[in-house]
Write a protein that binds this ligand. Structure first.
Ligand code: GLN
Length: 386
């Protein structure tokens, strides 16, 4: 038999999703793969029930239903502050994972250099392997997760084609300041680098931190590809509704990729999600307040247990220092934690290029009772993880 592909041989499964399987197998409270255990807004569920009878149930036009793109366009125009055109600047994809893949395929050729901050969301390395691009990693050093602009400039000088910027960052919880983004933008313009932004946590930013859209900085619209989704904003990770927002030239290329990758995003779900996209601005404040509340419960609980962590500025993850319990093996720690303590977390090493093994990522997008139950289980960590 001929060998199967080298690329898929090299690809490992997603550690995040592996931890979900382990958590399910052993009955652990799953704080590994980030998704809520509470309902989406009632308006979305009610609309979904109607759509079940009204349709559509067949393919949408490839780029997305017109009314869905119009609603998305109106909402993003408001937040981005740039007048978008729903035909030219918006592509509906299957989750931001597809949006990122379409964006990378639209921009890169095999061998192109892509700059990433490390720690990074694990999908990017897998996508880079599939596309045969070369990754250049710039450390975001814990616990502050600051970066050195000189290192970024050195990477750009090596002829980078693009950089991937996850803001707010998964897993670190860093929200890049205006000044940091301006530094990146100025370098991107100077060295002619595209910036692909992963913005799925754009509405989960804790006060007093402020969210700045890279695409809105001077000179950045033409070279920024915004990839995001409705998953986190409306608590519908299973609906797989993502999108690309960019200038027409880039969106046209992404459309070609999407056409052959997935044909279209799920059409009944696009229709129902308009109920989310049409929410008043107060919805986004309430979402932030809800996440602030969940963060408070989880981080207060960790403090009470004398467990060290970095307080996130955005997104819904906490990087916890596990040096006291892990004996240098964070992967084994997370497996043991799921089995012995009954809480699922993701080994920090799966996000870092550098050899970092003293961290584990927990998420707190959970009902109060789930978080209290997880903290109750974690209270036995010292006894059970000796
Ligand atoms: N973004 C979420 C996380 O990092 C979900 C990842 C995924 O499985 N798509 O946990």
């Amino acid at each position: 038999m001929q060998p199967l592909s080298n690329k898929t041989a090299k690809l490992s499964d997603s550690v995040i999703r592996r931890m979900t399987r382990i958590s399910l197998d052993c009955g652990a409270i799953n704080l590994s793969q980030g998704f809520p255990d509470f309902d989406p807004p009632k308006a979305l569920m009610d609309r979904l029930a109607q759509v079940a009878y009204e349709g559509p149930h067949q393919y949408s036009p490839t780029w997305g239903n017109k009314n869905y793109r119009d609603a998305l366009c109106k909402k993003q125009t408001q937040f981005l502050g740039i007048p978008l055109d729903s035909d030219d600047n918006i592509l509906a994809t299957c989750g931001s994972t597809e949006a990122m893949m379409a964006a990378l395929m639209a921009i890169t050729n095999p061998g192109d250099k892509i700059v990433l901050f490390s720690p990074f969301f694990e999908n990017y390395a897998a996508q880079s392997l599939l596309l045969s691009t070369e990754s250049i990693y710039i450390p975001l050093t814990p616990p502050s997760y600051d970066f050195d602009p000189n290192q970024l400039e050195d990477a750009f000088k090596q002829g980078a084609k693009a950089m991937i910027l996850c803001n707010p960052s998964n897993p670190s919880g860093k929200v890049f300041t205006y000044d940091e983004l301006k530094t990146i933008a100025d370098l991107a313009i100077k060295y002619d680098v595209y910036v692909i932004t992963d913005e799925v946590y754009e509405h989960i930013v804790y006060e007093p931190n402020k969210y700045t859209y890279m695409a809105a900085l001077p000179g950045m619209w033409e070279r920024t590809i915004c990839c995001s989704s409705l998953s986190k904003t409306y608590s519908i990770t299973g609906w797989r509704l993502g999108y690309v927002v960019a200038c027409k030239e880039i969106v046209d290329r992404c459309k070609k990729m999407h056409d052959f990758l997935t044909v279209c995003a799920p059409s009944p779900l696009q229709e129902a999600a308009i109920a989310g996209l049409s929410q008043p601005l107060s919805y986004y404040d309430e979402l932030r307040d809800h996440y602030t509340h969940m963060k408070q419960i989880f981080t207060d609980g960790l403090r009470n247990l004398n467990i060290n962590f970095t307080d996130p500025q955005g997104a819904y993850f906490v990087m916890v220092d596990i040096s006291e319990f892990s004996h240098g093996d964070d992967v084994q720690f997370c497996e043991d934690l799921a089995h012995k303590v009954g809480v699922g977390a993701v080994p920090g090493s799966s996000f870092f290029k550098e050899d970092v093994r003293h961290l584990a990522r927990f998420h707190f997008a959970k009902k109060d009772e789930t978080l209290y139950a997880a903290l109750d289980r974690l209270s036995s960590i010292r006894e059970k993880m000796k």
